[in-house]
Design a protein around this ligand. Structure first.
Ligand SMILES: Cc1cc2nc3c(=O)[nH]c(=O)nc-3n(C[C@H](O)[C@H](O)[C@H](O)COP(=O)(O)OP(=O)(O)OC[C@H]3O[C@@H](n4cnc5c(N)ncnc54)[C@H](O)[C@@H]3O)c2cc1C
Length: 472
């Protein structure tokens, strides 16, 4: 029997594409290489029994704020967002912290009087407008008319320049450091255009929707998507690595939650993505801890996410080293402590915690000591709490998920125009040169993160294609 659609890869984007197509009444089959669904949104006992770690994503500002997820009954399938008291803290060695709070006011208050005014002016036009801003930014921005043209343009003009320019508006180390840390999620230089928008989107998400974790771990997001898909009649087969298109059953459309280069190999697309570039990697450590991380800064003990930099200069240097192929020295760390809000993730009194720093593409060194020295600067005594650690460098990441080419967790560098024109300049970036074959991974707009919007947008492109084919 010919399926309407076959989806390859059960990451958040593949599952969202499958769900959207099934909701449109199509028969859908999903093939996933790993033994379980989830891709970058999964949960495993990586260290000791009873410690439930997220090997990849843990914190989901764009998940709770995703127009695609908001339209799906994921709560009915077990997804519950848990909000830490503080979305993100950015500690300094003197025991103080910049605090990205649930409100602009709380955040501004942590930045000092002069920068407080600048921060309020920067964010005020967008607060209360998340829905239209998310709708306009989580799609290919060159396609279609924005829902809120005024804010789209204003946000775009402010955010298109690099974070380096945005940082010039601020005077103090706290505001400049916090901005650099938020922009650092792009895994590129702070002088890269569009990193300003990245920082502003993360800040706005904190004020509008929070930076929550999923109760029980990120696997709950993937399981909720898979549960809804099953309810709609979709089928998932795990443990199947797809290597050639003709290994798959006949279908009217194929949707790939893979890297562009893997898709080119599988679907014989030749040099379609020859210019596509992969970026730096990360060095990640998952910890089982005997107690909470002893952050010196009080706000950091209540935060779900802690950015360990601290200054604009240190963060910029750390990112530059990764981008230019030099080993980490004093890494900028993104860390997550879900047990502050979800004690079910570890035995009583114990905690799970992860930290990653940026390293060059396909780097084979060991950054464990560099990572832990950096944590100890802001949380003395941290090492004494470590019960077990699971260490994963670029090779381990790539082995776990074929989309992390050379350990690039963003499935494509945030560099040059590729930062927004992913995977290449095209009116429909999800379509390929082969009719009926589509790409839906984070290599397509709006890019990395667990939000399912690449899958959602790709599914809309598939439905348009099928309608056109039916008319013909
Ligand atoms: C260490 C780390 C931390 C992160 N932290 C966060 C975070 O806190 N918040 C956040 O929002 N995002 C985070 N991310 C990013 C996020 O996980 C990804 O952007 C997101 O998962 C991308 O979704 P996707 O569906 O495009 O791809 P993936 O999630 O990578 O899923 C792709 C799936 O396709 C499968 N696949 C690939 N090739 C084949 C094939 N040939 N045959 C069959 N199956 C195949 C893979 O096995 C995988 O399951 C993090 C990522 C990493 C690695």
């Amino acid at each position: 029997m010919v399926a309407d659609a076959v989806v390859v890869g059960a990451g958040p984007n593949g599952l969202t594409a499958a769900v959207e197509l099934a909701r449109a009444g199509l028969s859908v089959q999903v093939y996933e290489a790993a033994d379980t669904v989830g891709g970058g949104a999964r949960t495993e006992e990586l260290t000791l029994p009873g410690f439930r770690h997220d090997p990849c994503s843990a914190v989901h500002p764009f998940g709770i704020g995703s127009p695609a997820f908001q339209a799906l009954p994921l709560g009915r399938h077990g997804l519950e967002w848990l909000q830490p008291q503080v979305p993100m803290a950015h500690p300094f060695p003197d025991g103080t912290a910049a605090v990205l709070g649930r409100t602009v006011g709380e955040t501004a208050a942590s930045l000092g009087p002069r920068d407080a005014v600048t921060y309020r002016k920067l964010m005020a036009p967008y607060v209360g407008h998340w829905d239209s801003i998310a709708a306009d930014f989580f799609r290919p921005q060159w396609a279609g008319i924005p829902r809120d043209p005024y804010r789209f343009l204003r946000f775009g003009l402010t955010g298109t320049p690099p974070a380096a320019l945005l940082a010039l508006r601020f005077r103090g180390a706290k505001a400049r450091g916090m901005l650099a840390g938020l922009a650092g999620h792009a895994i590129s230089r702070l002088s890269q255009p569009f990193t300003g928008a990245m920082a502003m989107m993360f800040a706005l998400a904190a004020h509008e929707r929070g930076w929550p974790v999923a109760r029980g771990g990120s696997q709950a997001i993937s399981d909720a998507l898979a549960g809804h898909l099953a309810e709609l009649g979709g089928e998932i087969r795990t443990g199947v690595t797809v290597r050639k298109l003709d290994e798959l059953p006949p279908a009217r459309a194929y949707v790939f939650d893979t890297s562009p280069t893997a898709l080119a190999r599988i679907a014989a697309l030749g040099d379609a993505y020859r210019g596509y570039r992969y970026g730096p990697s990360v060095f990640k450590i998952d910890y089982a801890l005997d107690g909470p991380v002893p952050w010196t800064a009080e706000a950091a003990r209540r935060a779900g996410t802690i950015h360990v930099g601290p200054t604009y200069t240190e963060i910029g240097d750390a990112l530059n080293r990764a981008v230019t192929g030099r080993p980490p020295h004093t890494p900028f760390l993104i860390t997550s402590q879900p047990t502050v809000v979800d004690p079910s993730r570890a035995p009583e009194g114990k905690h799970v915690f992860w930290a990653y720093g940026h390293v060059p593409h396909d780097w084979h060194g060991d950054a464990t000591d560099a990572v832990e020295r950096q944590i100890e600067r802001f949380a003395p005594g941290f090492r004494d709490l470590v019960l077990a650690r699971a260490v994963t460098g670029p090779a381990g990441l790539a082995a776990r998920n074929a989309n992390y080419v050379g350990g690039d967790v963003a499935c494509g560098a945030f560099a040059g125009l590729q930062a927004v024109l992913r995977p290449r300049l095209a009116a429909v970036p999800y379509a390929t040169r082969r009719p009926g074959v589509f790409l839906c991974s984070s290599a397509t707009p709006p890019g990395p993160g667990v939000h399912g919007m690449s899958g959602h947008n790709a599914a809309l492109a598939v439905l348009r294609h099928l309608r056109r084919s039916a008319r013909r």
